[in-house]
Design a protein around this ligand. Sequence first.
Ligand SMILES: [Zn+2]
Length: 427
Amino acid sequence: MSGAIVGAGDLLTFLDGCPTAAWAVRRVTEVLNERGFRRVSENSVWDIEPGERFYVVRSGSSIIAGIAGMGKPAVEGFRIVGAHTDFPGFRVKPDSERIREGLTTLGVEVYGSPILATWFDRDLTFAGTLIEKNGDTLSRRLFVLDQALCRISTPAIHLNKGMNEAFKINPEDHTPLILSSSGPAFDAVLEMACESAGIVRDSVAGWSIEVWDPQPASLSGIDGEFICSGRIDNLAMCHASVEALLHQEAAPHTALIALFNSEEVGSATVNGAASTFLPSILERMSGGREEYFRAVSNSLFVSADGAHAVHPNFAGKHDPSCRPIINGGPVLKINAKERYASSDISSAYIQSCADSAGVTLQRFVSRNDMPCGSTIGSITAARTGLSGVDVGSPMLSMHSVREMAGTRDHSAMISLLETHLRNQGQR
Ligand SMILES: [Zn+2]
C-alpha cells in the first residue's frame, strides 16, 4: 500500500490478506510500521509529539492511526476518515460438531446480514483467532487457512423443484457446514489453526473461528474495470483510508483514520463506532476536557462505506434521479431520516473537496418505499458531536460472498479522502 497512484492490484492483495477484521487490522499495522508509525497503547501514558505518526489498536480488530498536528487540536481541529473492518459472514458455534446422515457438520452463527444464498456451494474454509495461554497470560494469535475445508450445500433441484422461484433459507437449519465424511474433524481444524498461528495445541484456551471464501479477488470486465471479491464492503474503504493517510505530511491540524469493528452488528461494542474508542483518543490528543470540546467543534469526520450502485437488471430499486453508476466516481449519501451524517454544509464541504481533487461526486438518496442502510457516520456524530458526511464507492452485490466494485472509483476515492485529510481551511 504505497505509491502516489495506487494500482488495483494493491487493493486485491489487501482483500485477499484480510479474511477477518483482526487480520485487516494486522495488515494495516504492517504497512504503518513500515512507514514509520509508532504503536501506542491505550494503557500507557499519552506521549505523542506534534508531527508524530502513531496508531492505537483496541481489542485487536479496530485501529485509529494518524499524524499528530503541529498545532493544538483545540485550535486546528481534526480531519478524520472512518470506515469499518468487519463484514457479514458466519462464525463457528461452540460444541456444534455433529455427525448426521453419515456426514460431520459444524454449526455456525450468522454475523451481520449476508446474502445467505451466495454462500452456498462455495469452497469455504476458516480463519480467526486462537487464545494462547502462557502461564497467567492470555493473548490473541491469528490464524488463516486457505485450503477448501467445508461447504454449505444446496439440495438438488430435483428434490426442491421450486427453488429457482423461491429458495427460502432457514439460517439455523440450512447453514451447518459439511466438514467431513469420515467422523469427527473439528479437532483437525484446530490443529491446522495452531500450526498456522505457530502455537502448540495444549496452550489453546479459547477461539473465535470465522468462515471465509478463499477465492482470490480478481479484476473483471473487458478492460479489467471491475473488482470482484469478498469483503469489498468495507475493506476497500479501509484500504482507501490508509492510502489517503500515507499521502499526508505533518500539518497544523491532526489527520486521523478510524477503522472500527462491529458495524455490521450495530457498532455498540467495546471497539465499535459507538464505543469510547474515538472520543477517548481525541480527548487525550486534545490535552484535556475543555480542549477536547473545542477541538471537536473545529473538526470534520468523513465516513466511508460501500454505496449502492444502480443495477441494470434491478434499476427500479433506485431513486429516479440519483442513480450512482460503477466507475462514475465516489458517492455522497443523503438521507432525510438522518441515517447518514451528511448535512447541508458537510455535503457542500465534501463537494468542494471533490472539486479540488478533480473527482466527480455522485449522489445517492433512497426511494421512499425502500429503507437505506445505516453506517458509522451518524453513530459517530451522535457519540462525539463531530460534524460528519457519508460517502462511499458504488458497488453491486453488497453483502454477497462475492461483491463487485469499480477500479476507477477506488483511486478517485483515495484522492477524495486524501484531499479531506489535508484540508486546513474549511470546517
Ligand atoms: Zn459497510
